[in-house]
Ligand binder design. Structure first.
Ligand code: HEC
Length: 128
């Protein structure tokens, strides 16, 4: 199980950095590569995020989440009050939140458009 995960993780990371995604960040933003170990984008303060969050869980559960500033504030509040994360200094908390707000922001989900009705097969359950 563990070995399989080790193989899968780099593939997932590779796919997530290569696939063009609808609603991905505007191109004028600097592009950062991903830390192969944590999965975090190596943007300013990424090590601060890693060092303060990795003591309890993989960074993949952070990388897999996206949210607004308010959502991340609530997440960190939960880590502190419910999971036992030590209190962060205001400066560290501010920098971590800024990182998460910018690099783990919500993105538009790239769903394809519905197939036009005239191209659909007949509905076998249609009553008429
Ligand atoms: C003291 C331990 C601890 C620390 C430090 C910690 N977490 Fe967590 N975190 C947890 C636990 C425990 C869970 C699992 C909660 C669950 O099972 O739903 C969790 C879950 C999460 C989740 C998933 C929540 C969800 O909705 O599924 C996110 C995102 C997260 N943590 C972010 C962070 C971030 C960001 C940091 C660093 C600023 C951090 N955590 C630091 C203990 C911690």
């Amino acid at each position: 199980m563990k070995t399989r995960f080790r193989l899968l993780l780099p593939l997932l990371l590779l796919a997530s950095t290569r696939l063009p995604m609808a609603g991905s960040e505007p191109s004028q933003k600097p592009t950062y590569s991903r830390d192969p170990s944590s999965g975090l984008l190596m943007a300013p303060d990424w090590e601060l995020v890693r060092n303060n969050c990795i003591m309890c869980h993989s960074m993949m559960i952070v990388v897999a989440q996206r949210g607004t500033r308010t959502r991340w504030e609530r997440t960190l509040e939960w880590m502190r009050t419910q999971a036992g994360m030590p209190e962060l200094s205001p400066d560290v908390a501010h920098r971590i939140l800024r990182y998460l707000e910018v690099h783990q922001a919500p993105i538009a989900v790239g769903r394809r458009r519905p197939i036009p009705p005239d191209l659909m097969p007949p509905n076998p359950y249609a009553s008429q």
